[in-house]
Design a protein around this ligand. Structure first.
Ligand code: NOJ
Length: 946
């Protein structure tokens, strides 16, 4: 009876979530602070005679060795929150040790605050950023000037006193400016004023009439905008939801411009183009919004907020990439505008928290990413299985189903590594439990997979079913670690299990509680090959405002939800990650997939783009979405292969498998209402094409693993935009229908039905080979190439000058290949040269941090391939392991494939002087050398004599 009632109520909740559409989410004008800050922008633009909104206080200037500090005061022109006399802010600019990085902060001198401004350093930054002090400083009555160098780059910033502006320069070229358009507007919290008593009705009306009569249109507009700057300061309503805003207006607005740059990127997550389209100026649209949401059936080409938020924007122009990161997990809206033909201005509007901006002056993308991830953390090194193929569905029904799916992969000769269980595997959506009728022997089920080197993943969401008989619920309740209402009681909302409470991961006690739940003796039925999926952690609350938590809820230490919303998911991800470390005594690299994310999530593992559709345009959108996420430091990401909602036609399924084989996270997934869609369901020729896409992925795992390792030390994305490799080629700057995997592969996905032929842009400056045929291609002068695309053909090109390590023997799972030898594909550039790398370790533990890995540098030059093993590449190695356990130090190379060779060699000779067996194919100039007598980890070479 009770169960039936619950089901009925849950049905209601689910059907209400099914109705989610755009009107469930705010537009800028429905958000108090967004409309206030946009009104400031309008006011400043329409009434330039107002003069600058902030004034530099001369007497406050302190030139320091590591940077500068000074005060500015608000001029009360705009009149949002200021008291007579204006508000003073202390501004500091610190030059950091991270190359080309400046931290800019502004804090109220006298906080009128009832509550301190929230600072998220402890959760977002990995340590206190170190200041550098190698700079030349000077000041005069107009400005303050700092200059410093790093490697060969010259950096500078100039604080102009009037009008107050900060400009950043790289090698003498202005790269970034702040407040150039006078949109800086800081709402220092104010004491609520009681409204003045209204005059008697008739007097009031007469006064109003008079006012209307006398005001000019300009005055009316001015008054309207001034009024708009004060809109919804103390409370606001959205639909039936009320936000009490007990602390009043606390927002911050600032314009950040990129002179000379037409393209900005990043600030994921949005389902839109990679190069961000303007939202103001030539078009009038909605700003990009950053507020983690569970958006049901999200729309494409939209600036709407999605599951994750990374307030990190990059700008790229010829010869220069720079970035800005606003460290603040509260809600943001960002307008993008081309105020002049060749420059871009962004207007950042932030609801609460701190003014804390990191400026990255590059000048190259790699330097920006390196500095950004040196502050927010390097990506976790995935286990080797994690980058192989994952099979998921909502839901695999029971143990027999799991066994059947697993067996079918073998039957159809398709490799895979991980089988996933969605929410239905639990006992009534009580996470950390099993439905005992359907999964009576979970440990055996996992070990049946494990004997084939396979793993399992179960879903663990942050909402905890309200049920005193459920241990997680009762223990968390008595530990007082749920998110609270304003009155101190536990907040209750609706999600999959019905009425639920939410763990407050901002609380260290809650994180430790959560982590312990992953111990084998606490999570019954879990084994060392079981990993975790954190979903619904925006958090998703079916009956909450905009399907999430009310902003006036209270977290640990009296922090409002408003201040920490965008890190909630990351903190669940972190606690789960820490739980996996705990259960393995720090010896097994965790694999955790999260849907919500923030700056720093890269430290805890993978994310995916949520509930996409089985539609061609969603396949297309996966490319810009994943590029934006990758360029924002989150290198391990993917989109549901096949599309979550709906039933993909076989052709779409094939195209999706082909594309995603070259993207970082590779998982097929489907909604509960969809038809079965495992690779063998489609029959030939489709299953065959899917098989070969997955096998291509497995061949390339050594190359992809090497890319991931590189990402863990430098922040370099695994999946990259074309301009990352071709920074001076303007034709690449807005390209987002092609992408690169590392620096060797260029992929042009086929994203339309019945595409018989497609045009590919192959940037100049490199020669290119068709990866399938290994034949050199000949694009037009503008770099265009028409490629035939029958269903078995994905246009993939190998860049001349690359060396790619592969494993060509395909087995049931990646774990079963660890003793297999390697193939090197060497694609020569115009000079007959090529470079590459190889990295491997035990694929699972942290011993690589103690030096237990093999790294090889590969170089082809002067007709000779050389393999060396320099030791200095990985600086994150903390100690030396006493007894190396990794057995792959002597991995054999069984084959070389050299492409682009001008003529047949007379002899191919090994390091020991032996003549090696080889073949030569004139088409493509492909030389294949058998058993070149090389092993990674040793120095060797192979010489080609012509
Ligand atoms: C929403 C997730 O995005 C989806 O992947 C999952 O299958 C459902 N929740 C059910 O857990």
């Amino acid at each position: 009876m009770l169960a039936a009632l619950l089901l009925a109520i849950l049905g209601l909740a689910v059907s209400s979530v099914m109705a989610v559409k755009q009107h469930d989410f705010k537009l800028c004008h429905q958000s108090g602070f967004c409309s206030r800050q946009r009104a400031v922008a309008e006011l400043v633009e329409k009434f330039p005679t107002l003069g600058p909104n902030y004034k530099f206080i001369e007497s406050s200037l302190k030139l320091g060795k590591a940077g500068v500090e000074f005060k500015i005061v608000e001029q009360s022109h705009i009149g949002g929150s200021v008291q007579p006399g204006g508000d003073e802010l202390l501004v500091t600019l610190d030059i950091l040790k991270a190359a080309g990085t400046v931290r800019v902060r502004a804090d109220p001198v006298v906080a009128k605050d009832q509550k301190p401004r929230y600072k998220s350093d402890e959760f977002v930054l990995t340590s206190v950023p170190e200041k550098s002090n190698l700079k030349v400083a000077s000041a005069n009555d107009k400005d303050v000037h700092y200059e410093w160098t790093h490697d060969s780059a010259k950096y500078a910033f100039v604080v102009e006193k009037s009008p107050f502006t900060i400009r950043f320069y790289v090698n003498g070229d202005e790269a970034i400016s702040m407040n150039d358009h006078d949109l800086f507007f800081y709402e220092n919290q104010i004491v609520k004023e009681e409204p003045a008593p209204a005059p008697p009705a008739d007097q009031n009306a007469a006064a109003e009439d008079k006012k209307v009569d006398e005001r000019s249109d300009d005055e009316k507009e001015f008054d309207r905008l001034k009024e708009a700057v004060r809109k919804d300061q103390w409370a606001e309503q959205f639909g039936s939801h009320h936000d009490s805003k007990p602390h009043g207006p606390t927002s911050i607005g600032l314009d950040i411009s990129f002179p000379g740059s037409k393209h900005v990127y990043g600030i994921p997550e949005h389902a839109t183009s990679f190069a961000l389209k303007p939202t103001r100026g030539e078009i009038s649209g909605e700003p990009y919004r950053l507020y983690n949401f569970d958006v049901f059936e999200y729309e494409l080409n939209s600036p709407m907020a999605l599951y994750g938020s990374i307030p990190f924007m990059l700008s790229h122009k010829k010869g220069q990439t720079v970035g800005v990161f606003w460290q603040n997990p509260s809600e943001m809206w960002i307008d993008v505008e081309h105020k002049s033909a060749d420059s871009t201005t962004s207007h950042w509007m932030v609801e609460s928290g701190s003014f804390d901006i990191f400026v990255f002056l590059g000048p190259h993308a790699a330097a920006v990413l390196d500095s950004y991830t040196s502050l927010t953390g390097r990506a976790a090194m995935p286990q080797s299985f994690a980058i192989a193929y994952h099979q998921c569905r909502w839901n695999y029904l029971d143990e027999a189903d799991v066994q059947g799916v697993d067996g079918n992969f073998e039957k159809h000769d398709i490799p895979y590594d991980v089988l996933w269980l969605d929410i239905e595997h639990t006992d009534g959506k009580r996470y950390f439990t099993w439905d005992n009728a359907k999964f009576p022997n979970p440990a055996n089920m996992q070990s049946d997979l494990a004997v084939k080197g396979r793993k399992m993943v179960t879903i663990i969401d942050p909402h905890i079913k309200k049920d005193d008989n459920y241990h997680v619920s009762s223990e968390a309740k008595s530990a007082g670690i749920f998110v609270k209402n304003k009155d101190g009681s536990d907040y209750e909302g609706w999600c999959w299990p019905g009425s639920s409470n939410w763990i407050d991961y901002t609380n260290a006690a809650a994180r430790s509680f959560w982590s312990k739940k992953f111990l084998y003796n606490q999570y019954e039925g879990s084994t060392p090959t079981l990993y975790t999926w954190n979903d619904m952690n925006e958090p998703s609350v079916f009956n909450g405002p905009e399907i999430t938590m009310p902003k006036d809820l209270v977290h640990h230490d009296n922090v409002e939800h408003r201040d920490v919303h965008n890190i909630y998911g990351m903190l669940q991800h972190r606690s789960t990650y820490e739980g996996h470390l705990l259960r393995s005594i720090d010896n097994d690299r965790p694999f955790i997939l999260s849907r919500a994310f923030f700056a720093g999530s890269q430290r805890y593992g993978a994310i995916w783009t949520g509930d996409n559709f089985a539609r061609w345009d969603h396949l297309e959108a996966s490319v810009p979405m994943l590029l934006s996420i990758g360029i924002a430091g989150q290198s391990f990401s993917g989109a549901d292969v096949g599309g979550f909602f709906g039933d993909p036609e076989p052709e779409l399924m094939v195209r999706w498998f082909q594309t995603a084989a070259f993207q970082p996270f590779y998982r097929g997934h489907a909604h509960i209402d969809t038809k079965r869609r495992e690779p063998w369901i489609y029959g030939e020729p489709f299953t065959g094409h899917i098989r070969s896409a997955i096998r291509t992925r497995y061949q390339l795992l050594p190359y992809i693993y090497t890319l991931f390792r590189e990402s863990t030390v430098s922040g370099t994305p695994v999946m990259r935009p074309l301009w990352y490799a071709f920074p001076d080629d303007e034709a690449t700057f807005a390209v987002d229908d092609e992408f690169m995997l590392g620096s060797a592969f260029l992929i042009k996905p086929v994203v339309q039905k019945d595409t018989a032929e497609t045009e590919v842009l192959l940037p100049a400056g490199s020669n290119w080979y068709d990866y399938e045929t290994l034949v050199k291609v000949d694009p037009s002068a503008s770099g265009k190439l028409n490629v035939k695309t029958p269903l078995d053909k994905l246009p993939v090109f190998l860049r001349g000058g690359s060396i790619v390590p592969r494993r060509d023997r395909i087995r049931r799972s990646s774990a079963l290949t660890i003793k297999d030898p390697y193939t090197l594909v060497i694609a020569l550039d115009e000079k007959g040269e090529a470079l590459g790398e190889f990295y491997n370790d035990d694929g699972r533990s942290f011993d690589y941090k103690k030096g237990d890995y093999v790294y090889a540098q590969l170089e082809f030059r002067d007709n000779t391939l050389r393999c060396t093993s320099p030791v200095a590449k990985y600086t994150d190695v903390s100690a030396k392991i006493s007894k190396p356990k990794f057995t792959g130090h002597d991995s054999r190379v069984e084959r070389l494939i050299i492409v682009g060779v001008h003529s047949k060699p007379k002899r191919v000779v090994s390091s020991s002087g032996a003549n090696l067996e080889f073949t030569f194919a004139r088409e493509g100039g492909v030389v294949v050398v058998k058993e070149p007598q090389g092993v990674f980890g040793k120095e060797w070479h192979v010489a080609f004599e012509f």
